[in-house]
Design a protein around this ligand. Structure first.
Ligand SMILES: C[S@@+](CC[C@H](N)C(=O)[O-])C[C@H]1O[C@@H](n2cnc3c(N)ncnc32)[C@H](O)[C@@H]1O
Length: 280
């Protein structure tokens, strides 16, 4: 991690300020060391340049988080190929579909500070980086070290800078009111603490910041079609409904739509301009 990234981070558990305790550096990059919370005394490890800010400890995560963490760890190396093929089966070219349906609604501009929650193998990251330019700053976090390792390698190969961190969406390790825009796509259906994660995403957005969230879920009526019934038998995640009832207070301009042949929902909204920060 870049040593300056600590200014954006906080303790995921108590939201206290973190102190950087580097052990090994390469110029401004901290390769190994610790981040210590000045408020609750918890310590988080930095190894191979990656801070591990997962809270609670993996063995204390809800069962569903642990189950999907195992699954993503197993499929990390083949994830991109699987998704690219699934998109092609629906006659969709993945980068174009992501740019149009996930990144464009973020309404990014050069210089923006952006976070992707559950960034996985980082397929949306270059598209975001393209919009915010070199003046922008990009943070990407995920629960799965395997998925994030693929993302880091891809971004390094493309020479695109981003700050990566391991974390849990329900306990984000970022300070209040920071980000101009936040994307989460593909994980919320299986988050162990969905409502908490949504509140956390809103907490770390700046007032007026744009938030885009999506996952599997059939457009109403599709479940009755032959294809819809077949799909639901293959993968029950498509039975999920957009979590509109879990959206926190303090948001405006809520929009719900379905994308990619009506198989995924996307909710976009803004954090209200005047809002009292809520620590969940
Ligand atoms: C289907 S993948 C989507 C990855 C990426 N957003 C994309 O668009 O390709 C879902 C990702 O969410 C991550 N994830 C699942 N539960 C999480 C949690 N509680 N906190 C953070 N990330 C989580 C998984 O590790 C996985 O990388």
């Amino acid at each position: 991690m870049n040593q300056n990234a600590v200014e954006y981070l906080c303790c995921p558990a108590c939201k206290g300020e973190l102190e950087l305790k580097p052990e090994e550096r390469e110029e401004s990059i901290v390769v190994s060391g610790r981040l210590g919370c000045g408020k609750c005394d918890r310590e988080y490890e930095i190894a191979y340049g990656l801070p591990n800010l997962v809270h609670p400890e993996p063995e204390k995560l809800p069962d569903i988080d642990r189950q999907f963490l195992d699954q993503y760890q197993r499929i990390a190396a083949s994830y991109d190929r699987i998704i690219r093929l699934m998109m092609l089966a629906g006659a969709l070219w993945e980068p174009r579909a992501r740019r149009r349906d996930l990144v464009a609604p973020l309404e990014l501009k050069p210089g923006d500070l952006v976070l992707e929650v559950g960034a996985g193998t980082g397929s949306s990251l270059p598209l975001i980086a393209d919009r915010i330019g070199r003046a922008g700053k990009l943070f990407a976090m995920d629960l799965s070290p395997g998925m994030l390792a693929v993302a880091r390698e891809k971004m390094a190969r493309k020479g695109i800078p981003a700050e990566f961190g391991l974390g849990n969406a329900g306990y984000l390790p970022y300070r209040d009111g920071l980000f101009d825009a936040i994307l989460h796509f593909g994980g919320i259906n299986t988050f162990g603490e969905k409502e908490r994660a949504l509140a956390e995403i809103v907490r770390v957005a700046r007032p007026g910041g744009k938030i885009v969230i999506g996952d599997e879920g059939l457009v109403p009526g599709k479940e009755k079609t032959r294809f819809g019934r077949w799909l639901l038998k293959q993968n029950t995640l498509y039975a999920n409904k957009p979590p509109m009832d879990l959206l926190p207070d303090g948001i405006t301009d809520v929009d719900l739509r379905w994308i990619w042949r009506g198989l995924f929902y996307v909710i976009s909204f803004r954090k209200a301009e005047t809002v009292e920060e809520r620590h969940v």
